[in-house]
Design a protein around this ligand. Structure first.
Ligand code: UGA
Length: 461
């Protein structure tokens, strides 16, 4: 099919590149000329595994190109995907870019006799597509929805696994204004053998928020439990959650083998969630509820618990060092999670800001992040060794494989003081060489009886 994708951010560019890979004819549109140039030159504007290869292939095979000319892209397409950003502004969702796109697309619809389906892929609060977007399109097009198609098709891809998530979807949710809209949109996904859910526009919008809100809630739940453990001598959140997970309702036994679903990865204590989606979407849902005279009390608390995590981490570091002034801290991993160079709402950035404010000197290392200029006053080094040299403490934040598997036997001697704070409980504490002070998340104060007795063999599966 002929598809225009408006917006070359994560969702837009990954969708465009993958749809071209599936054999469609795709035009990516962005109003930033340098971004368009980069895309046409085969250079993705962000780090995403597998994207660069598919982008080059799409360009090379003539199925993909980028432009700043939205009107021409609309004229050439049967399906137009709106995938522009919807940032958070003071707890409310900023729909400026969606509005601008809808107006311009509407103009294009006015000029074309062809039936086209406009599809919102950006994350928007329930009611946005059938009121605001529809209104703008109808006004600019001079014809009612129905004369053109209108859909809301949320995207569930994760940064760092975006290409795979797009090409191997769990389900495709198609919110449709009418059956004709949904039928035409579904044609772009014809080759996918996964459940396709045709529903109302508002259900589609809500599904995206409910999905991200649940992930955020699991993380804050785990962190709240961790905080309680930290106040309870003799407890350890890692052991508590490991036992909790063995409930068959979380990890079913199928054909005699226990299955550990990926969702369990969100049931871990750490330094909080970040990224461009979970914090923004939960805040938008809270704001949406308030505007309707309702309250999303649980989700407000999910955000509050999350906001406290960086300070809780810094308190642990300070306690381990007996003060932060003039201490040199090695921050290991600064992107909000492995597999991406995205620093948006990264807990590592929040932790570094607090540490710098308390007078610590920061040397950070991340396998893909290239610069911290203007973000936080820290020196970004190019290796674990450089970050750790002369450090008073190492704080392992983003669990990149290289950081989780670091050889502490070789690295620890470079440090001034051998203190490791494991902000995601991702390191194998038992495998650390002697002489290292290890501080994990969610462990009660004081010695634990099982440490004194020695750990019994566990019969885990
Ligand atoms: C999230 C959702 O997972 C996607 O389904 C959704 O499409 C996307 O938002 C979006 O709205 O566009 P993403 O922001 O890429 O994707 O990040 P996740 O992998 O879900 O991670 C979010 C936060 O949870 C991060 O801070 C991460 O460190 C944390 N997390 C993630 C964990 O604590 N444990 C995990 O196993 C995974």
């Amino acid at each position: 099919m002929r598809i225009a994708v408006v917006g070359t951010g994560y969702v837009g560019l990954v969708s465009g590149v993958c749809l071209a890979h599936l054999g469609h004819q795709v035009i990516c549109v962005d109003n930033m000329a340098e971004r368009v140039e980069a895309v046409n030159g085969g250079v993705p504007p962000f780090h995403e595994p597998g994207l660069s290869e598919l982008l080059s292939a799409g360009l090379g095979e003539g199925r993909l190109r980028a432009t700043t000319n939205l009107a021409a892209a609309v004229a050439a397409s049967e399906v137009i995907l709106i995938a522009v950003g919807t940032p958070s502004a003071g707890g409310r969702i900023d729909l400026g870019a969606v509005e601008a796109a809808a107006r311009e697309i509407g103009q294009g619809l006015r000029e074309s006799p062809e039936y086209k389906v406009v599809t919102v892929k950006s994350t928007v609060v329930p009611g946005t597509t059938d009121t605001l977007v529809r209104g703008l399109l109808e006004q600019a097009a001079g014809k009612p929805a129905g004369a053109f198609g209108l859909c809301m098709n949320p995207e569930f891809l994760r940064e760092g696994a975006a290409v795979r998530d797009f090409l191997e979807p769990d389900r495709i949710v198609i919110g449709q204004w009418d059956a004709a809209s949904g039928t035409q949109l579904a044609r772009i996904y014809e080759s996918f053998d996964c459940p396709k859910i045709f529903t109302g526009l508002r259900n589609a919008e809500f599904t995206k928020y409910a999905s991200n809100a649940l992930l955020a809630t699991l993380i804050s739940f785990s962190n709240e439990m961790a905080g309680l453990c930290e106040a309870t001598p003799g407890t350890d959140i890692a052991e508590v959650l490991a036992a909790l997970e063995l409930d068959r309702r979380w990890s079913p036994v199928v054909g005699g083998v226990r299955v550990h679903p990926e969702i369990l990865a969100y049931l871990r204590a750490g330094c909080g969630f970040g990224g461009s989606c979970l914090p923004k979407d939960v805040a938008a849902l809270c704001g949406f509820a308030r505007e309707r005279g309702a309250r999303a009390r649980l989700l407000e608390t999910v955000l509050e618990v999350n906001a406290l995590r960086p300070a809780a981490m810094v308190a642990q570091i300070e306690q381990a060092l007996g003060g932060l002034q003039d201490c040199r801290i090695a921050i290991l991993g600064v992107s909000f999670k492995p597999g991406t160079d995205d620093l948006r709402e990264s807990p590592a950035v929040a932790i570094m800001r607090l540490l710098a404010g308390a007078g610590a000197e920061i040397r950070a290392y991340d396998p893909v992040v290239q610069s911290l200029d203007g973000v936080v006053p820290a020196i970004l080094t190019h290796s674990l060794e450089a970050a750790l040299s002369g450090a008073d403490a190492a704080v392992a934040i983003t669990p990149w494989p290289e950081i989780v598997a670091a050889d502490w036997g070789a690295l620890a001697p470079r440090m001034r003081r051998r203190v490791i704070v494991d902000a995601r409980n991702a390191l194998d504490a038992a495998a650390l060489p002697a002489g290292i002070r290890y501080v994990g998340i969610g462990r009660g104060p004081g010695p634990r009886r099982e440490d004194e007795l020695g750990k019994p063999e566990s019969a885990g599966d």
